[in-house]
Design a protein around this ligand. Sequence first.
Ligand code: ATP
Length: 255
Amino acid sequence: MSQTGTTRIVLDHVRLSRGGACVLDDVSLVATRGQLTALVGPNGAGKSSLIKTVLGLLKAESGAVWVDGAPVQMLSPKARARAMAYLPQDRSLAWSMTGGDLAALGRFAWGAAAYDRLPPADRRQVDIALEHASASHLKNRLVHDLSGGEQARLHLARALASNAPVLLADEPISALDPRHQLEAMAVLRRQADQGATVICALHDLELARRHADQIAVLDRGRLRIAAAPDQALNDQILADVFGVRRTRSEGFEML
Ligand SMILES: Nc1ncnc2c1ncn2[C@@H]1O[C@H](COP(=O)(O)OP(=O)(O)OP(=O)(O)O)[C@@H](O)[C@H]1O
């Protein structure tokens, strides 16, 4: 698969099995600088598995993942952490910490430190990330005392604080109210506009359509289409993959 100067992430005929079943089947996808790719597909389609494979957390049994021209499996854990920020779907924390310390974990690959002990430049990155995630006021609160949506915004701040050129976000808007969903999507859009490569798994097809440059539709482990939003979410795909059709009010109804 050809790689140009703007290419950052390439999946080249990736096949992955989990629990004895094939969950990614011959998936090829390219994500470039400055581009927001929305990964959509029904539950179990393989979105989280794809993100973890790009991160090198799961190893493709055939095919390859390239990050800035290097096979991901050749990169050290630190190099991967510096290249790619990850907002996982599971955001449970085993022990509590302040919101500031959670967001400061985003600087971990540059040297671990609690928020108060971060070098000024790193602390500034964390403060900017907290602001972008609408979470500055949560800096001194204990994470376990916060609502699900407040915790989600701190986890987004942690991912943003790393300032990595690639951002992989697995359902970044789950648990967020409508206003904060829009804010989170605007932040991801801005990251892409500033040159980052953003890949995010989303269930909200309308938000995906409005914010993404390309939409990759996964269907039972196979990439059905990766294209501009209106092309990717055409009537046939909506019916075949999601079992829905668009209503006149831009919503969806079951077929
Ligand atoms: N740890 C695991 N062991 C075995 N199978 C797994 C494991 N994790 C996920 N799977 C299976 O892999 C397939 C893809 O799961 P994945 O989490 O990638 O889907 P998804 O598209 O992210 O789904 P969702 O929208 O529900 O989050 C599913 O069939 C799932 O049951």
